[in-house]
Design a binder for this molecule. Sequence first.
Ligand code: ZN
Ligand code: ZN
Length: 240
Amino acid sequence: MFRKIFDSLLTLAYPQACQVCENSVENFSNGVACESCWTKTNLFSGVETLCAKCGSFLQSKPADFQTFCHRCDEHFYDSASAVGIYENALAASVLYLKREPFAAKRLKKLFISRFQNSDFQDATLIVPVPLSKHRRLERGFNQAAVLAKILARQTRIKLDEQSLVRKTHTPMHRAGMDAKARAMSVVNAFEVKRPRFIESEKILLADDVFTSGATVSACAKALKESGADKVYVYTLAKTL
Ligand SMILES: [Zn+2]
Ligand SMILES: [Zn+2]
């Protein structure tokens, strides 16, 4: 783990190519993307209209009423929020975080400040979306746990990496697997090992990217069945 962090710091210590446009990254704190690619990344500011439940981007103008995308109607979490759209600098940062357990300063700041402006202030416990044991050994770390720790350290909200576990090793999503098939493959993949740590808590479920929402919904289902009061989902990026 330390070796990995050290290696990624070394890589970042030298001028390197932006992983979006290949120009050089001028600023260490920008991580793997250059300033211009960060500027082109759509980060949510609070002005745009997002689905009031899952946080899907609906339009860039504000709306007068709460709006729902309805694709998330059957999801088990209470609401979800992300830093921005999965594109440019944010997408490159998510991909990097799957390879190295390291978040650049800009990414950390964005993750913390979007949380501080969210409706999730009453969260009492931070839980990362778990990887299967097999996948965690393969990768050496869980990228959701890296993010969960950043937030826990800053907010002093308790972190729980043990109570929620992924039971089965689900193979990488195959091309051609539609949203419904993906949802079916994860629906019972999670279980709560220590229900007494979950009961009555307002849980902030942290992950790197929100795609269909099937995974976080399955986590929320397990958490709610163990008595969680609320489940909020908080991710770095949200796909369109
Ligand atoms: Zn760039
Ligand atoms: Zn929605």
